[in-house]
Design a protein around this ligand. Sequence first.
Ligand code: KG4
Ligand code: ZN
Length: 361
Amino acid sequence: MTAPLVLGIETSCDETGIGIVRGDTLLANVIASSMDEHARYGGVVPEIAARAHLEAFQPALAAALAEAGVTLEELDAIAVTSGPGLSGALMVGIAAAKALAISLDKPLYAVNHLVGHVGADVLRSPVGDAPVTLQPSALPVATSGPLEYPTIALLVSGGHTSLLLVRDLVSDVELLGETIDDAAGEAFDKVARLLGLPYPGGPEIDRAAAGGDPNAIRFPRGLSLPKDLEKHRYDFSFSGLKTAVARHVERLRDAGEDVPTPDIAASFREAVVDVLLRKALAACGDLGVPRLLLGGGVVANARLRQVATERCAEEGIELRIPPLSLCTDNGAMIAALGSQLILAGHAPSGMDFGADSTMPV
Ligand code: KG4
Ligand code: ZN
């Protein structure tokens, strides 16, 4: 079978992502983000995100087709995120995907957003993509070559923090654990806010932390006590950490002392990175899995990349980090997953699926 030409549509949160792949080759990856429109609210506002998808969809589609040098008629299939995510936002992408599939008479594949993040790792030879400049950290940790199994995937963004065991991308993905409260990126955004830093908070904390001492304050590592590990070995919790930072700042302010933003940012970042990698590497160790894949917008974090590189090297684990443009939400990863489903002989989804905001993997 020749490699299928697949259009991928992603609208689960605040990024309108349109990607085009042929098999495992990336042809286009256009991302229009409504992040700026959410900034003054300190987080993604679902209705604003949905409206922004509606406006961004057509220009993003046209740009992706132009970037790939293909026409709609040439497509072999369309893949779309049907969950998990914000219902209203998902519905825009799903409605558009169905309209295209019906009018063009193409098969349609409804895919899971989290599995899509893993699918990003099958893509090679990015075209119109500049991984070197898109990687905020200079660490050369992105790997090439086909996705190998089994893999542990740590997906960390503003909307999710999930640990997956991937035995096969299209048929065997198991959720090992997830956050029981805030997502990691959400924790960065909330802590930034209480330090008076703008949204999105992740990059701001990262910048502030560069000049701070990560050991200045010992903030809690959520769900890491022996009693927590029994039930929540692979789960995450960041709300206690956020509260600890808030209390620390409050105490300093009440005492009329300066708030040392760099030290607090560095210590907070250290706590998040430490617990993320501790749990991901525990999963690798427990299950005998020699590779770890990172995905999601928080992968931009310089300290996460650095500590992941160091700890994986120490433990003989292969670390895989796709280029950042494939780590944040995008349509190319959805197209990649769709293309793998086709190559594995999966049937299209039909037309009767909807948006599933809590869709399991
Ligand atoms: O994957 P993404 O672009 O969108 C979704 O959340 O779906 O991730 C955005 C999240 C935000 O919470 C943002 O603060 C966080 O990723 N982020 C970071 C960094 N850059 C973005 N978090 C920590 N360090 C960063 N450098
Ligand atoms: Zn995502």
